[in-house]
Design a protein around this ligand. Structure first.
Ligand code: GLA
Length: 407
């Protein structure tokens, strides 16, 4: 068995286990499933820097990580998807015929699969039904994009074999539209894009205005470590939407005086200062975060290229402070996690990652210092917050695709 993407020794065992679960499903009177089993995977992501910039047509720098959703499946000719989630311990199905946001049922994990099918169809792509089993190592609700990983894995399982597949940016835009319109979550494009386009050993510099990306090599001496705060992201959805509206209001007010401004990507520092008096104070702070964060993304790409560890530390710290003070999406738990991390020798850079209000921090750590970070977090974070932290050493991996199975 070969996977051709990570060389991770557990890959073969995992594929075999999932395949076994699929083969063990009750056959059903007329399952219609036939042909060889296929296997697709899609990674979660961690964002290095460029937070709350994607929906402002800005720059982001995520990496796809080796926390992944896998689907083993038999394609079938019925216009239906039947999927068993190992994680949720249940089987759900939906018909591909007549899918629409208006007919979506009670909320469930299967919505992300149905949303992707709906959006692919709506974009004029063919989709094919399947019977499958899904498993995931992306922790749910931790801000590592478990839903985008389900969407991108589903997009691979649903695709008609041999049909031309849109490039990663276009496929991500389709899945994002499914999540926006069908699931009703107003996310930007970063998570789906990272899951679709990931490259082993690299971060992705994505320009969300043109949906194009370049790869940025991760420095050889650094590990990527994710620390999960274990704190609830309950406020996230409404606060996220409020932030989006505040940015849109900023654009509208600035554009009244600055022709040609269509998004915060078109606004620079000088323009923001010229127009600050027109903006409600809170809107001005939101805009300031976004405008400066785009610059920090480009500076981080340069610092990664040059191996400038001091610059990386400063840029992550400035991003975190801006998200805490100007954008107001950090939390006491995220701040505590960053404070613990930066005091550990060998931790180069640390900041909150993702939407905020809980979830995770992202850390760049010199090889050999990973365990010291884990020990410090386990020793101090629980005492400070009463919450159970988790520490993951992750690797940047390739984006969504098919895993080749030996016959
Ligand atoms: C969530 C959204 C992304 C992005 C981040 C914040 O992860 O899904 O589109 O906006 O928040 O950077």
């Amino acid at each position: 068995m070969s996977d051709g993407h990570t060389g991770n020794p557990s890959t073969a065992a995992r594929a075999a286990a999932l395949r076994g679960k699929l083969e063990a499903l009750p056959a059903g009177a007329d399952s219609g499933a036939s042909g060889p089993i296929r296997l697709v995977r899609a990674p979660g992501r961690v964002n290095l820097i460029g937070e709350h910039t994607d929906y402002n047509q800005g720059l982001v720098l995520p990496a796809a990580i080796d926390r992944e959703v896998w689907i083993a499946f038999w394609p079938w000719d019925r216009s239906e998807v039947e999927l068993t989630s190992v994680e949720f311990g249940e089987t759900r199905s939906f018909s591909l015929a007549g899918l629409s946001p208006e007919t979506r049922g009670a909320r469930s994990w299967i919505d992300y699969v149905a949303a992707t099918a709906w959006a692919m169809r709506d974009a004029g792509l063919g989709v094919r039904g399947f019977r499958g089993v899904m498993d995931s190592t992306v922790p749910i609700g931790s801000g590592l994009s478990s839903s985008a990983a389900i969407e991108m894995a589903s997009s691979c399982a649903l695709a008609v074999p041999g049909a031309p597949r849109p490039d990663a940016g276009a496929m991500a835009a389709i899945a994002q539209r499914g999540e926006n319109r069908y699931v009703g979550v107003n996310c930007g494009i970063m998570d789906q894009f990272a899951s679709a386009a990931g490259r082993a050993g690299h971060a992705l510099l994505i320009d969300c205005r043109i949906n194009q990306f370049k790869t940025a090599l991760m420095p050889a001496g650094l590990s990527l470590v994710v620390c999960e705060t274990g704190s609830s992201r309950r406020l996230e959805a409404s606060a996220y939407n409020t932030r989006r509206s505040e940015c849109e209001l900023g654009v509208k007010l600035i554009a009244e005086r600055e022709p040609g401004v269509r998004s915060l990507r078109d606004v620079n520092d000088a323009m923001l200062e010229r127009n600050r008096d027109r903006l409600p104070e809170v809107v001005a702070r939101r805009c300031e975060h976004v405008v400066r964060e785009d610059g920090r993304v480009m500076d981080t790409v340069a610092a990664l290229r040059d191996g400038d560890l001091d610059a990386l530390g400063r840029l992550f710290a400035a991003s975190h402070a801006s998200l805490r003070d100007l954008y107001e999406v950090s939390s006491a738990e995220l701040d505590a996690m960053v404070d613990i991390a930066v005091a550990v020798p060998g931790v180069v850079a640390s900041r909150m990652t993702g939407a905020g209000f809980g979830g995770c921090t992202v850390n760049l750590v010199e090889h050999g210092a990973e365990e010291a970070l884990r020990d410090a977090v386990l020793a101090q974070y629980r005492n400070q917050t009463g919450l159970e932290p988790r520490v993951y050493i992750v690797a940047a991996v390739d984006g969504a695709g098919e895993v080749k199975l030996d016959a």
